[in-house]
Design a protein around this ligand. Structure first.
Ligand code: GDP
Ligand code: IMO
Ligand code: MG
Length: 424
């Protein structure tokens, strides 16, 4: 019996989808525990590329059980599109995918509210993905949400109508004009489609599987710096992206959690608004964006790029209890002369090495510089081939972060993944 958790340590898009897919053969179950279609998890193998939003990234590795947990918010229309595309590409999922009845539904009016709230914020907008995430979680916490289990009720039309009417009243008070005719049609078709799936009490299912000795990999969405409690609030998402979210988002006791895999890029990116101390506005930032193809998987927006931030990573490792690190996209830095890593911040003239309450303004990163390895690593298959300067970079990170780097990703393909010899 074991439950491991894999989650992002930065502002999302670290490469969670790729690594979940790579690790899935070691597990019986893969489960998403929070977030919704704001996520875009990219997987590449056999010359094909897939982007998953709500469906766990374990779906391509044979007969594993994949669970969408209660902590997730699900948009039936987007889910239908995603699921049908997968089925059409020869990846059946009706038997493999189980969906918690306690997951909350994203309604068309949640998406409109997301847009309306963003518009009302003006310059202070969060830069959300526009998928209705915030308003859906707001309704969940306000105890006015609509859950997946509600679609099985003979009164579903009434339940939906009530929620919609409440949202319409808010939108009216905001003087926000909109037309949900098409969205509503797609939503209702999505709801009908959803009824064809296994809608389950996933907390029972998962705990029963654990009792039988099965192993579970929990897949996080977004990243720690977008966590609603510990991220760069208010420029965050609306769920707990940290490890504790796996407990509340799946109904797993904390004592069941074994390894916590924390994923980071060899540098750092952010999409949407909000502070980013190591952001680069120069040619280097542009080069990272070009080489790393740093454009959002969901919205196509340019990702902001910068150097790795060890102050923020130490914080992320702390709040998650990370046991092993996974470093992604090191190939993007393959040709750099020197590489910088932020080891402290200067705030109001004072040097600090901890992540402060507020990083909005006046945070100046303090860097150390390391020599680049200037070697194409993308075809390497074993860590014995790693250049000396790369090993030095990895050792430096491990020492600073006091956590071993277990896996190194050297390209987007499933095969471009090196598991290191480090002991457990
Ligand atoms: P996720 O949201 O954490 O699953 O990450 P995304 O899929 O949004 O973004 C990661 C992007 O980097 C995707 O386009 C991946 O195909 C790509 N990727 C993953 N690992 C690597 C890597 O090691 N090198 C390169 N160059 N690309 C990678
Ligand atoms: P994955 O799982 C990167 C960002 C948005 C915005 C903020 C709030 O692919 O790593 P929301 O729509 O959640 O209310 O937006 O969070 N954001 C992400 N950034 N990767 C993601 O997911 C994200 N999901 C949300 O850009 O700044
Ligand atoms: Mg992503």
């Amino acid at each position: 019996m074991k439950v491991d958790v894999l989650l992002g340590l930065q502002w999302g898009d670290e490469g969670k989808g790729k690594v979940v897919d790579v690790l899935t053969p070691n597990y019986d179950v893969v489960a998403r525990f929070q977030g919704g279609p704001n996520a875009g998890h990219t997987l590449e193998f056999e010359g094909q590329k897939y982007v998953l939003r709500s469906i766990p990234s374990g779906i391509f590795q044979g007969d594993k059980v994949n669970i969408i947990g209660n902590g997730v918010v699900l948009d039936p229309a987007l889910f239908k599109g995603e699921a049908e595309a997968l089925e059409a590409s020869g990846h059946p999922l009706k038997e493999r995918l189980h969906i918690s009845k306690k997951a909350h539904l994203i309604l068309p009016t949640h998406r409109v509210l997301d847009a309306a709230y963003e518009a009302a914020k003006g310059d202070a907008k969060v830069g959300t993905t526009g998928k209705g995430i915030g308003p859906t979680y707001t309704d969940k916490i306000s105890r006015t949400g609509v859950r997946v289990g509600d679609i099985l009720s003979p009164n579903f039309a009434e339940i939906y109508g009530k929620a919609k009417a409440r949202h319409e009243a808010i939108l009216k008070s905001l003087n926000y004009t909109y037309d949900i005719t098409e969205m509503e049609e797609a939503f209702l078709a999505g709801v009908a489609y959803l009824r064809e799936f296994h809608l389950v009490d996933s907390e029972h299912e998962i705990n029963n599987l654990l009792k039988e000795g099965k192993s579970v990999l929990c897949e996080g969405a977004q990243g720690t710096l977008l966590d609603v409690d510990f991220g760069s609030y208010p420029f965050v998402t609306s769920s707990n992206t940290i490890c504790a979210g796996a407990c509340t988002g799946l109904g797993i006791g904390p004592n069941k959690i074994g390894n916590v895999f924390g994923i980071m890029k060899a540098y750092c990116t952010r999409v949407g608004s909000g502070p980013f101390p190591t952001e680069l506005f120069d040619e280097t930032g542009k080069t990272i964006r070009d080489l790393g193809h740093e454009y959002g998987a969901v919205t196509g927006r340019e990702r902001r790029c910068g150097w790795i931030d060890l102050v923020a990573l130490k914080y992320a490792i702390m709040v998650n209890g990370v046991t092993q690190l996974i470093m992604m996209k090191s190939d993007v830095l393959d040709q750099f002369e020197t590489i910088k890593a932020c080891v402290a911040y200067k705030v109001n003239g004072e040097e600090i090495d901890y992540f402060p309450y507020d990083i909005t303004e006046g945070v100046e990163p303090i860097y150390v510089e390391l020599p680049g390895w200037k070697t194409d690593m993308t075809r390497m298959t074993d860590e014995a081939e790693f250049p000396e300067e790369f090993n030095a970079y990895v050792s430096f990170l491990e020492e600073e972060l006091e956590t071993p780097i277990k896996i190194i990703s050297i390209g987007p393909d499933r095969a471009q993944t090196i598991v290191r010899y480090t002991e457990e």
